[in-house]
Design a protein around this ligand. Structure first.
Ligand SMILES: [Zn+2]
Length: 216
């Protein structure tokens, strides 16, 4: 079961990835995480990546793909993997395709969790934080007293990232960046759209139905 996972901010991709990894016993591979792990462990690729990160530059594709190739050859990827956060561009998708062919782990399915922008904006812009670490949602998980933290009585605030204009812009950037990849995998015939508007359980069940029907 070799999977790539797409989904806009607020679609619950992280939660689904965690549940899927458990259910199918395949690793959830987030490029950000493995990049940090390689840097921390001081691997050859990690040292190379750190040179760019220290300069505030993006890690080049050839370094990134090397890290992913190594990761996918670890024993825990024997019965599959779930890539999250990669690829982000068509050249990365092309490079990935080549690597996967050489290590005989081609993609089975690309999952695209879809949620209308309007709902995402509601989900993300309703979030409120407290400096004590608690977080709330005005609709789904409101505090007992409006604007006040249940745990410590502190004043709740909204992260700049969660402000409606910023959320709107994040979603626009996501759509513009992801659209070509969605088209690319759709043309390859391996893209499956998932309706992400239901409950976490609903969405999980949908994804499992898709994956189970792909199992050989
Ligand atoms: Zn608090």
């Amino acid at each position: 079961m070799n999977i790539v996972l797409f989904g806009p901010p607020g679609a619950g991709k992280g939660t689904q990835a965690k549940e899927l990894a458990k259910h199918y016993t395949i690793p959830h591979i987030s490029t950000g995480d493995i990049l940090r792990a390689n840097v921390r462990d001081g691997t050859t690729l990690g040292i190379k990546a750190k040179e760019y990160m220290d300069k505030g530059e993006l890690v080049p594709d050839e370094v990134l793909i090397g890290i992913i190739r190594d990761r996918l050859q670890q024993p825990d990827c024997k019965s599959g993997y779930m890539l999250d956060g990669y690829p982000r561009t068509i050249p990365q998708a092309e490079a990935l395709k080549e690597i996967l062919a050489t290590i005989s782990k081609p993609l089975d399915v690309v999952l695209n969790i879809e949620v209308p922008d309007k709902e995402l904006i509601g989900r993300l812009s309703g979030r409120r934080m407290c400096s004590c670490g608690e977080s709330y949602h005005m609709m789904f998980n409101p505090p007992l007293k409006q604007g006040i933290c249940d745990a410590c009585g502190g004043k709740l605030y909204q992260r700049d990232d969660d402000k409606e204009e910023v959320v709107r812009q994040r979603l626009e950037v996501y759509t513009a960046k992801t659209k070509p990849l969605i088209d690319y995998y759709s043309n390859m015939g391996i893209l499956v759209n998932i309706d992400g508007t239901g409950s976490v359980e609903d969405v999980f069940r949908q994804i499992c139905d898709v994956l189970d029907s792909h199992k050989k």
